[in-house]
Design a protein around this ligand. Structure first.
Ligand SMILES: NC(=O)c1ccc[n+]([C@@H]2O[C@H](COP(=O)([O-])OP(=O)(O)OC[C@H]3O[C@@H](n4cnc5c(N)ncnc54)[C@H](OP(=O)(O)O)[C@@H]3O)[C@@H](O)[C@H]2O)c1
Length: 340
């Protein structure tokens, strides 16, 4: 019998979530049966989409039920196996939630090559966020050498890879991030040509003024991660036939600022008059390009041509606070929890 800890959702937030919405629960797992494996979590990934799962309404995925374990992906070690396809000591990426241990039948697990890069990267630059960056830039944004791209949440898990891939393609790359340290990192480490601090801009008009000086040829691709005043600043600067890759809108996830948000007619007008292609995407609809993303990106990570940054919080009991911090922009790069 294994004692397992989990973080469960015990109430739904009304606005920004709080620690009271979560509870650390201890339970026990049965012995594994034939065909099963026992997993011990090494790292838990915290991601902005989890905020949506805390709401009662279904969006593109069902909500976490009240009382249920928070949803999420982990990298975990196999510590017991009665499945011929898995051996003790192997590392896998698995959607087992905010837990220290789990039993799996082995379906939908992704084996992690421990020789390639630190195993935590399977949740970041070489995992779902990396896949999202690659897809948003290439498949949705149809980014081309010589074009200009603006990327919001520029130093985050998704944005930091999108920026580096765009630079490697020969694009002009302009970021928007929160704070001087993140903006400096974007330019010195990630290769952004410019990066602007959205926190310093009084409003969308001021941010647009800064951006317009940095994009003398206009914007061909906007990699949208945040919504809010950044979207409002960017849209009028888009070139005709530009592409907006709508990946996320974290500024609005807890309902803050939605009433001050860009008016629909203004956005619609920009889309019409500039003949923009605005396309939302959910990464799991693009599993067909995962292998291409991985074979493009893994060698660049291995040879340090692509860099990445992680914020690692210790202990599953601290996952709720780390998640609130992520929604507040306190993470720098990929937010992880070291579980064991
Ligand atoms: N469509 C998909 O399939 C898919 C997959 C993965 C992620 N996403 C989305 O992609 C976006 C980035 O995800 P990530 O995992 O890479 O997270 P992340 O960028 O590592 O972390 C979230 C960042 O969002 C920024 N942020 C938070 N509140 C903000 C606000 N009010 N205004 C502007 N920026 C704010 C903060 O960065 P600053 O400090 O720089 O402001 C924060 O660090 C999210 O919107 C997420 O939902 C979508």
């Amino acid at each position: 019998m294994i004692e397992r800890k989990s973080v469960n959702l015990v109430s739904r937030p009304n606005g920004p979530p709080t620690l009271e919405n979560f509870e650390l629960v201890t339970s026990s797992l049965d012995e594994i049966k034939d065909g099963e494996i026992l997993l011990e979590t090494k790292y838990l990934s915290l991601d902005p989409y989890m905020r949506g799962r805390m709401n009662a309404d279904k969006s593109y995925a069902p909500p976490v039920p009240v009382g249920g374990i928070m949803e999420g992906e982990c990298v975990a070690e196999i510590i017991d196996s009665k499945n011929p396809n898995f051996e003790n000591g192997e590392i896998v990426a698995a959607r087992i939630g905010w837990v220290t241990h789990a039993i799996s039948d082995g379906i939908e697990l992704r084996k992690v090559n421990q020789q390639l890069a630190p195993i935590s990267t399977a949740l970041g630059v070489l995992g779902m966020p990396g896949h999202t960056a690659w897809t948003g830039l290439n498949v949705i944004g149809k980014a081309q050498p010589g074009e200009t791209v603006v990327i919001s949440a520029a130093t985050g898990a998704v944005g930091s890879l999108a920026g580096q891939l765009a630079k490697a393609k020969g694009m002009r790359v302009v970021g928007v991030a929160g704070g001087a340290e993140k903006c400096a990192f974007a330019k010195s480490e990630l290769g952004y040509d410019e990066c602007f601090d959205h926190k310093l801009a009084a409003d969308a008009t001021e941010l647009r003024k800064w951006l317009s000086d940095a994009v003398p040829k206009g914007i061909d691709v906007y990699f949208e991660n945040v919504g809010g005043k950044t979207t409002e600043a960017v849209l009028p600067l888009m070139n005709e036939f530009g592409r907006v890759s709508v990946c996320g809108m974290i500024a609005w996830y807890s309902g803050i600022g939605v009433n001050d948000a860009i008016r629909l007619p203004a956005a619609w007008r920009a889309i019409l008059t500039k003949r923009l292609q605005v396309r939302g995407f959910i990464v799991w609809d693009h599993n067909d390009v995962f292998d291409q993303f991985f074979s493009d990106t893994a060698p660049l990570v291995q040879s340090n041509q692509i860099t990445y940054r992680e914020t690692i919080t210790d202990g599953i009991e601290n996952a709720p606070q780390a998640f609130l911090d992520l929604l507040d922009g306190k993470n720098f790069g990929k937010q992880l929890v070291k579980v064991s």
